[in-house]
Ligand binder design. Sequence first.
Ligand SMILES: NC(=O)c1ccc[n+]([C@@H]2O[C@H](COP(=O)([O-])OP(=O)(O)OC[C@H]3O[C@@H](n4cnc5c(N)ncnc54)[C@H](O)[C@@H]3O)[C@@H](O)[C@H]2O)c1
Length: 280
Amino acid sequence: MLYTPTPDTLYHPPPHHIDPLGYSRLAIITGCSSGIGLATTQLFLSHQFQVVGLDIAPFDYDLLRVEDHGRFHFHLGDLTLPGQIEEGVRIAHHFGGRVDVLVNVAGILDTFSSADTLLDPDWDNVIAVNLTVPVKMMRAVIPYLKQRPEGGVIVNVASTAGRSGAVAGVAYTASKHGLIGATKNVAWRFRNENIRANAVLPGSVDSSVGNRITQEQRVDLEGYRAVDDRPVHALQANPIAALPPITALEVAKTILFLVSDQARTINGVELPVDRAWGVV
Ligand SMILES: NC(=O)c1ccc[n+]([C@@H]2O[C@H](COP(=O)([O-])OP(=O)(O)OC[C@H]3O[C@@H](n4cnc5c(N)ncnc54)[C@H](O)[C@@H]3O)[C@@H](O)[C@H]2O)c1
């Protein structure tokens, strides 16, 4: 069964307590309606962030604690469409009067196609959502982050596929490698302007990203078998040991750490969240 954090799994600050982690900070989170983006939204709100969530899918407000509703604003839109990114960031700035944090979570899986079977729409969609959108989100947000005397933080959700060539199709692999490169470029370029950019690389997470392509039955089965064979993919996707799957909330907690002041010297890293799968 798909894991979704419930309010009682989250942090509960004592009443009237100010949480320095999130109090008076505004975070933009893409892909907030499900999986890792939803867990990040819930976790950030529980730490008193203001959050503006952007997603192509509707948001279910019942998944938030009632006391968090006032600090959350949702904007529905396809971030690959012209003007949507700029509008989302403009709305966020209007909502909070500032932007401190960007978390690029929105992403789609490819169809496991290889370079010889790839269809143009698969390449175009995956590169658009997984690479072009986060880079343009950073472009739109950096002017606001520069205005923050205490600095701004970006976290991009990449993947084990951002380092390995053996866990996904060619489009997803290229998009996540590209996102890690863009993250490092931003980290270096703006290091003296107090902007940090890091990437998290989840392994196989208990979320719905894989369901979408299998439901549509567009999977390139030969390509899928090429990455699902032991040892690489099966080592985590079908663990022999009875460890529970990595949850979206566990990835969200790593993102929260990178956004926190405890990570203030961490800039330009690719941080796996994968129980050592990435070392294979
Ligand atoms: N689930 C995993 O095993 C796993 C592993 C490694 C990396 N990741 C990455 O984590 C991120 C989140 O994945 P997830 O597992 O939570 O998946 P998910 O499908 O649950 O969430 C992705 C969200 O992105 C949104 N989205 C997709 N296209 C969009 C668009 N054009 N505009 C706006 N929003 C859009 C979706 O509506 C969805 O809410 C992705 O970038 C994915 O590549 C996931």
